[in-house]
Write a protein that binds this ligand. Structure first.
Ligand code: SPQ
Length: 428
């Protein structure tokens, strides 16, 4: 585990950058390529640790996958091409890998063992194992299937209608992936709309998926065909630079080719409501996922309230939004975000504890936090606690700090953004 001295007292950030490929879309491109027939080519794949875990699991299941940096080729032979393995399917730190993979394995005629790191061992899995068990899969794990290690014995599946108890794209995706192999129709009812990359990708691979209000349905037995996927830049990674540009005086940053899927753009709406100077040039419809260029310049910010349907559109950006709020005049309230407690860390606690060490005034609530601004941040020693988004958020906070900041477990940023520090400091 490495401690890193972070850059502080930054005067302005200027320049043009391109953030790496979207993590959610990169995972799905490899997964769909692996269950489709034919050769899938993925451009601008994210070579972060989480997505490499997905590649490694599918290779263990017998899929030939060639990866050269951000270029990936998947030689798919349909779901029948996936073979059982004695090896452990190690998902590392990746919730998306384990949850979506379970949806695929649920309908396949062999047994698999799935495990990950210490953070994955604490993340709840019943949200996925319950609907998959209802469809006919046989899944066991620690504490009655709540935690890893998990053993998935695939079976013949039947379609179900499942009302999501929490707004989760991972649970929706796992059920839809199982539904593609089930008898009849599988429907998922969402309480609030979540990211729709899985639905878009089913269509891109030649499949059919219907959306009727908040009900998403797939028919079982569909054959998917290989596709060419160009992954847009990850708006969740861009969020750190958007925040940095908004709070470091004198900044002017251009972010090229950022994914602008409306189920993910809550950060842009929040920045706008806080009074940020942000301009978007969206590209014409040239792919199934919208993208564009974003310019952010420094401006005075004001507090805001974030709640309800907005939360799934920015769930992974809440740590950096909390940092932004420390620099906004007045109070910012974040509600309806209890899901933060079951991410790589309890992101309510880690955000509050670590930012308060630097002088922030943040109070944890049952389902979010209350942040008072504007405060001057001082130095100190903080930790990412193995959580990539906490590590990157603290590195942005440090830019404003008046004395030295040391970040423990700084290596965790490589989960979603290898090279993050080089890019950040190239702007300073
Ligand atoms: O993959 P993982 O570890 O769950 O990653 C996170 C992240 O911060 O990168 C969450 F911790 O993103 C999730 C996101 O929170 C990725 C995701 C997806 O690709 O479907 C959906 C969200 O999770 P959920 O539980 O709301 O479905």
């Amino acid at each position: 585990m490495s401690a890193k001295k972070l850059t502080t007292k930054t005067t302005s950030l200027k320049g043009e950058i391109q953030v790496p490929g979207d993590k959610s879309i990169s995972h799905r491109a490899v997964m769909f390529g692996s269950i489709a027939d034919g050769v899938t080519k993925v451009q601008n794949f994210l070579p972060g640790e989480d997505c490499l875990s997905t590649i490694s699991c599918f290779r263990k299941l017998g899929v030939e996958i060639l990866q050269d940096g951000s270029h990936v080729t998947v030689i798919g032979k349909g779901t029948e091409g996936l073979k059982g393995t004695e090896q452990i399917l190690d998902v590392g730190n990746s919730g998306t890998t384990i949850r979506l993979l379970m949806g695929i394995l649920a309908g396949l005629p062999f047994e698999s063992r799935l495990e990950g790191d210490a953070s994955i061992a604490k993340r709840p899995m019943t949200r996925v194992t319950a609907p998959l068990t209802e469809m006919g899969a046989d899944i066991s794990g620690k504490n009655g299937g709540e935690y890893t290690p998990l053993i998935v014995k695939g079976n013949k599946l039947k379609g179900i209608t499942y009302e999501l108890p929490v707004a989760s794209a991972q649970v929706k995706s796992a059920v839809l992936l199982a539904g593609l192999q089930a008898d009849g129709i599988t429907s998922v009812i969402e309480p609030v709309k979540t990211r729709d990359h899985t639905e878009r990708m089913i269509r891109q691979f030649g499949g059919e998926v219907d959306r009727n209000g908040d009900i998403i349905s797939v028919k079982g037995g569909q054959k998917l065909m290989a596709a060419s996927i160009t992954v847009p830049g990850d708006i969740s990674s861009a969020a750190f630079f958007l925040a940095a540009g908004a709070v470091v005086p004198g900044s002017d940053i251009l972010l090229k080719n950022v994914g602008l899927n409306p189920t993910r753009t809550g950060i842009i709406d929040v920045l706008t409501s806080m009074g940020a100077d942000i301009t978007i040039a969206q590209y014409g419809d040239r792919a199934s996922e919208p993208a564009g260029d974003i310019t952010i310049k420094y401006s005075e910010l004001r507090g805001t309230t974030i709640e309800g349907e907005m939360i799934p559109r920015l769930i992974d950006e809440i740590p950096v939004i909390a940092m932004l709020a420390t620099q906004a005049e007045g109070r910012t309230v974040i509600k309806d975000a209890a899901e933060l407690k079951v991410k790589e860390t309890n992101r309510i606690d880690t955000v509050v504890n670590e930012l308060n060490k630097l002088g922030a005034k943040i109070e944890a609530t049952e389902d979010g936090m209350i942040i008072e601004g504007k405060v001057n941040l001082h130095g100190g020693t903080v930790s990412a606690h193995g959580d990539h988004r906490i590590g990157m958020m603290l590195s942005i906070a440090a830019l404003l700090c008046e004395s030295d900041v040391t970040l423990e477990e700084s290596e965790s940023v490589a989960v979603s953004y290898p090279g993050f520090f080089d890019v950040l400091y190239s702007l300073a």
